[in-house]
Design a protein around this ligand. Structure first.
Ligand SMILES: [Fe+2]
Length: 191
């Protein structure tokens, strides 16, 4: 696969893996990808890989891929081992939305961080922003609404909720960073 046009390839792969078995997850993923497209003005040449990562970030939920049950790791391993995807794409999926904190709670921290290094911080922030401003049906939400939705869906004692609580300061910092970059671009555009 050449490095151009990864977004279309990723959309097709994600659709194959999610549309039939997990239609709601597929709707979410399409919403996250739409957010990634909206960040094109601040991403430049990296827009393609971010859109691709948005499509692929949750493929680890696909029934045929579940291995450890930790979807960022299962998805990234599938991309690395089965699909032979670009290493940057694997890293973005492995670490999306502060996955490292949930990995710690699942005793998978060493596996995740040994197998997959982090990607550039601004791209990690951008993917986190897209995921955390998109609801489970693909709708736009504020980060605060989305975090409340996650807590309500899983319940207060769930490992996912507890991990999100630890991740919240980092997530909100990512949202602020992306919104600031968008605002700078808009001002430059009108100035
Ligand atoms: Fe997501």
């Amino acid at each position: 696969m050449d490095s151009m046009g990864q977004a279309e390839w990723a959309r097709d792969l994600a659709r194959d893996l999610l549309e039939t078995t997990l239609p709601r997850r597929w709707a979410h993923v399409q919403g996250v990808a739409a957010q990634a497209e909206s960040l094109a003005p601040i991403l430049g040449d990296d827009a393609d890989i971010l859109i691709a990562a948005a499509y692929l970030h949750d493929i680890g939920y696909a029934p045929g891929l579940v291995d450890t049950g930790f979807h960022p790791l299962d998805g990234a391993r599938y991309l690395r081992d089965v699909v032979k995807a670009d290493a940057r794409l694997c890293r973005l999926v492995a670490h999306h939305t502060c996955a490292v904190n949930e990995a710690r709670n699942r005793n998978l921290f060493d596996a995740l961080t040994t197998e997959f290094g982090e990607e550039r911080p601004d791209l990690m922030d951008a993917l986190t922003y897209c995921d955390i401003t998109t609801g489970p049906d693909g709708q736009r939400l504020t980060a605060t609404e989305r975090l409340a939705e996650i807590h309500a869906r899983y319940g207060p004692d769930h490992l996912v909720s507890r991990s999100m609580t630890v991740s919240t300061p980092r997530i909100m910092a990512a949202v602020r960073a992306v919104e600031a970059a968008l605002s700078d671009v808009r001002q430059a555009g009108t100035g």
